[in-house]
Write a protein that binds this ligand. Structure first.
Ligand code: URA
Length: 482
């Protein structure tokens, strides 16, 4: 058995280097035992010393993306699972698109749990203010992620709270932002972080020990050394000289803070309010997507593989809104790629609308279904679920700012109009919304798929295409097809 002892819990680069060496030496997944930091090698196991130069083929970018996320999952089997899938993938490149593959679907679920965890951190971290005698304010937060997501999520806080000095402490790692750079250090405990806003000289205790910038910088520089050993190093030996440096650095920072405008730099306290990241968290489509991925506004997230966010150019003039992702969309994480999507694509092409220029999304972002044997049978979302998800749709509309919105079916129309409508009555003429957007209502493409007789199907198909032709006419200059 080949033992691979990892130094980090969640370092994709480390796993990739080790996986490459194993592949080059031709070591199959069944002969590898992956160990998280701290694991002890058993008898009859070889520590990793590999020499091999077998060519390692190119890996599809979609796998790299998946692996970068799945490696942050707390499941101890993640490294082995990734290697097994990679090994199989190099023999069959189509595997990355085989949603039914059990390894792929497990990795996809892990990646999705990681994204949810990261979003929870963005939404639920609450900073407590710590104020020194001069009124200088710093912030600290305790958070317990389910997965190893701090390093991947901390840059979000650095962007959002760039003018503050803050620390986020988790059980496995801490992050520190000094107003200019982000550093990571050992994990801590809840008691390391004040539970309420702290005043007077308390910051010295908190920041001078737990969040000491120098200590954290050292941890970063020494990242090749497992954090657990680093944590046990005698403070006096290594840390004390650095504390001096840190104090100097802090003094310089304070100096800068007092000579620069508070809005760009460290703010002085008037009244500390807990800072919630989610207030600012959805200023871009990327942020909104991340927030949707962590959505638990209704119970549908529990059994869906993942939330399916909209797709299309941010500058799209037309937005198509469907009901909810179907079976295939749920697995792939993309809207309208299954049978209903094919009907939509064909009708768009027939009406002269380029799908590449429209934004496609759904009223409800998680797949609602009832398991029946191996099949998952679509269930229509109820009013509460539509209402809960309307929050996301409204934000999506606010960011895309389409001129025309097309409601595909009754669920989308209900979400957009706030009341139930009959398609037959609502279709035809566009409905002006309060903000001036034109809303077209038409059938859902899957309705066409369900019509049993050919004549009826052809009739409805023609009506659907006529609706889309009217949409095209309403697009800027009547030239939606480009
Ligand atoms: N049906 C929908 O409403 N949306 C999809 O994304 C797929 C099928």
């Amino acid at each position: 058995m080949q033992v691979v002892q990892l130094q980090a819990l969640n370092d994709f680069g480390e796993w990739r280097d080790k996986a490459r060496a194993l592949l080059a030496a031709g070591v199959g997944p069944e002969a590898v035992s992956w160990r998280e930091p701290g694991g002890a090698a058993g008898l009859f196991e070889d520590a990793m010393q590999l020499h091999g130069n077998r060519p390692v083929g190119a890996v599809p970018p979609a796998f790299i993306e998946l692996a970068r996320q799945a490696i942050l999952h707390a499941d101890p089997e993640r490294f082995a699972l990734l290697y097994r899938f990679l090994w199989r993938l190099l023999g069959d490149r189509g595997l990355i698109e085989t949603a039914s593959d059990p390894d792929l679907s497990r990795l996809t679920r892990m990646a999705s749990a990681v994204r949810r965890d990261s979003h929870k951190m963005k939404a639920f971290v609450r900073f407590k203010a710590i104020v020194d005698d001069s009124g200088l304010e710093r912030f600290a937060a305790w958070f317990e992620p389910e997965h190893y997501t701090l390093e991947a999520t901390a840059p979000f806080f650095a962007r959002r709270f760039d003018g503050m000095i803050w620390a986020i402490v988790t059980p496995y790692r801490s992050a520190y932002w000094d107003g200019e750079s982000l550093a990571f250090g050992p994990g801590g405990q809840k008691s390391d972080v004040p539970q309420d806003d702290a005043v007077e000289g308390d910051w010295k205790t908190y920041f001078g020990s737990i969040f000491n910038p120098a200590r954290l910088k050292v941890a970063m520089m020494k990242s090749e050394m497992p954090v657990k050993y680093w944590r046990n190093l005698p403070e006096a030996e290594l840390i004390a000289p650095l504390i001096r440096g840190a104090r100097e650095m802090e003094a310089a920072m304070i100096e800068r803070a007092t000579t620069q405008p508070p809005s760009r730099h460290v703010r002085h306290r008037e009244r500390a309010a807990p800072v919630a990241a989610d207030e600012h968290a959805m200023a871009s489509l990327g942020d909104l997507r991340a927030a949707v991925e962590g959505c638990q506004r209704c119970p549908l997230y529990e059994q869906a593989t993942q939330a399916v966010f909209g797709e299309g150019p941010e500058t799209a003039e037309v937005m198509f809104v469907g009901e909810q992702p179907g079976d295939q969309e749920d697995l792939a994480g993309k809207p309208f790629i299954g049978p209903a999507g094919q009907v939509l694509d064909a009708a768009l092409a027939k009406s002269g609308i380029d799908r590449g220029r429209v934004y496609v999304t759904n009223a409800v972002k998680h797949f609602k279904f009832e398991p029946r044997g191996k099949r998952r049978i679509h269930q229509r979302p109820d009013g509460g679920e539509i209402q809960a998800c309307k929050f996301w749709l409204e934000h999506e509309i606010g960011l895309i700012k389409p001129k025309v919105i097309v409601a595909l079916g009754a669920t989308a129309a209900q979400s957009l109009l706030g009341r139930a409508v009959t398609i037959g009555k609502a279709r035809g003429a566009p409905i002006p919304l309060d903000d001036g957007t034109l809303l077209f209502v038409t059938n859902h493409p899957s309705y066409l798929l369900r019509i049993p007789d050919a004549a009826g199907k052809a009739r409805e198909q023609a009506k659907f295409e006529a609706d889309l032709t009217a949409v095209r006419a309403a697009m800027a200059g009547g030239s939606g097809g480009g």
